[in-house]
Write a protein that binds this ligand. Structure first.
Ligand code: ZN
Length: 164
C-alpha cells in the first residue's frame, strides 16, 4: 500500500504546485462563488461559465489560497468538471462526497458504506481518488470538500437564475 500512497501524494503535490485552470473570468457573464473553511483558513473562489443552451460548463477558473489539500482538491475539481454538463458535474460532486464519507463512516464503524457505494457507481473519479487518503485525517476532509461545496453552491445559484 505504501506504493499507492506515494502515488497519491505525488498527484496531490502535482496539483498543488501546478494548479489547473487558475485565474478569473469576467463577471458577468461568468458566475463567481466563494467558499471558506474556517477550520483551516482555506479560501476558494470558483468562476463558472455555464452555457444556458447546452447546459455545459464551458469554462471554469479558480483562485484562492490555503493548505495543499484544499488547493489540490480545487485544481482537481476544476479539471474534472470543465467541459462537462451540469448534470455530470453534480454526479461528480455526489460521488466525491460519497468517497469522503464512505471512509468517514467506516472509521466511525457506523456503516460498511454500501449505501454510499451506489453514488460512486459508474462515476470515474480518476485523480480524485488520490484524495481518499485524507479521510484518515478527519479535520482535512473539510479542506478536500471545500471546492466541491463551493461548486455545488455556484451551480445552485446559476440554476436559480436560468429560466426553465
Ligand atoms: Zn485546509
Amino acid at each position: 500500500m505504501a506504493g499507492l500512497e506515494d502515488l497519491y501524494r505525488e498527484i496531490i503535490l502535482d496539483h498543488y504546485r501546478s494548479p489547473r485552470n487558475r485565474g478569473e473570468l469576467a463577471v458577468p457573464p461568468a458566475h463567481k462563488t466563494e467558499g471558506f473553511n474556517p477550520l483551516c483558513g482555506d479560501e476558494v473562489a470558483v468562476y463558472l461559465d455555464v452555457d444556458s443552451v447546452s447546459g455545459l460548463v464551458v469554462d471554469i477558473k479558480i483562485s484562492g489560497q490555503g493548505c495543499s489539500i484544499s488547493q489540490a482538491s480545487t485544481s482537481m475539481m476544476s479539471d474534472a468538471v470543465k467541459g462537462k454538463s451540469v448534470e455530470e458535474a453534480r454526479l461528480l460532486i455526489r460521488a466525491f462526497k460519497a468517497l469522503m464519507s464512505i471512509h468517514e463512516s467506516k472509521l466511525e464503524g457506523e456503516s460498511d458504506g454500501t449505501d454510499l457505494a451506489a453514488d460512486l457507481e459508474g462515476v470515474r473519479l480518476g485523480d480524485l481518488e488520490a484524495l481518499q487518503g485524507v479521510v484518515k485525517f478527519p479535520v482535512r476532509i473539510k479542506c478536500a470538500t471545500l471546492a466541491w461545496n463551493t461548486l455545488q453552491q455556484g451551480l445552485d445559484e446559476i440554476g436559480a437564475e436560468l429560466p426553465n
